[in-house]
Design a protein around this ligand. Structure first.
Ligand code: GLP
Length: 256
């Protein structure tokens, strides 16, 4: 695992988008995995800036969103499909329809989830996955206690996650959906490269488990210890509970 700790959010975002720019230059039809939430926003701003500057072209690329709430009507302002279009896809030149999200509205949610998993596979798998992390260690919406090898499926949200996300629903937890459709940990682990962003002290415990804890369904992100190509992009606060953070800093500065 590579760990880049910086108090400069632009440096972290630029590192992530350098990776996307290089990937698309080598493979214009690449598949990129997107996360919602506040963590990747600087990355999406940098993607839009580079698109406007003519440095990056998404016209042949495809995108897959990690997760979606169940039960919000299509087009609802808090659906993750809408989020990813407003904050990323519509700001660059993805062809309409090529950035997809799991379907949280269909009658047979399990069949919809399986179709989504198959669509990722048919597209050739995810080349570059952007992740955030929940304060309880979830990635996408893989909550504690789930299988470390799970596929895209319906998942129940924890009270903690609903509380964390109530800020998007006028602070009212009763309006936050109870369920979601999420890519599984097995799905995410098949991505060829993973960049995970975390900011703030609220993420520090989850980051400490992810990097230095035991692999466990209690902290789902710990499965990433088994992935060969993960980079963590952390601000100082998110890195503050890492025992060996001075070593990680040194290793980053002196990486080969
Ligand atoms: C949400 C999403 C995750 C996201 C995480 C962190 O619930 N399902 O994909 O990474 O929580 O969100 P934020 O970046 O806003 O802290």
């Amino acid at each position: 695992m590579e760990i880049f700790i910086s108090s400069n959010p632009d440096a972290l975002a630029q590192y992530a988008v350098d990776g996307i720019e290089e990937l698309l230059a080598a493979k214009p039809e690449a598949v990129i995995g997107f996360a919602t939430g506040s963590s990747p926003m600087a990355v999406y701003d940098e993607m839009a800036a580079r698109y406007e500057a003519g440095r990056i072209d998404f016209s042949k690329a495809k995108g897959f969103q990690l997760d979606e709430y169940v039960g919000l009507p299509a087009g609802h302002e808090q659906t993750y499909l809408r989020f990813i279009h407003e904050n990323m896809a519509d700001r660059v030149n993805f062809v309409p329809g090529t950035v997809r999200a799991p379907d949280g509205t269909c009658e047979d949610l399990a069949a919809g989830a399986a179709a989504y998993e198959a669509a990722i596979e048919q597209a050739g798998g995810v080349d570059f996955q952007i992740l955030g992390i929940g304060s309880n260690g979830h990635i996408a919406f893989n909550e504690p206690g789930g299988s470390l090898a799970s596929a895209t499926r319906v998942e129940a949200l924890t009270e903690q996650t609903r509380q964390d996300n109530a800020r998007f629903f006028d602070g009212d937890i009763t309006r936050v959906p109870t369920h979601c459709v999420t890519q599984g940990l097995g799905t995410i682990m098949r991505a060829r490269r993973i960049i995970l962003l975390a900011q703030g002290e609220g993420k520090a415990e989850a980051i400490a488990h992810l990097v230095e804890g035991s692999v466990s369904a209690r902290w789902p992100a710990t499965i990433l210890q088994h992935h060969p190509r993960v980079t963590l992009l952390l601000d100082e606060a998110a890195a503050s509970k890492l025992e060996l953070r001075d070593h990680y800093r040194w290793a980053w500065e002196n990486r080969g």
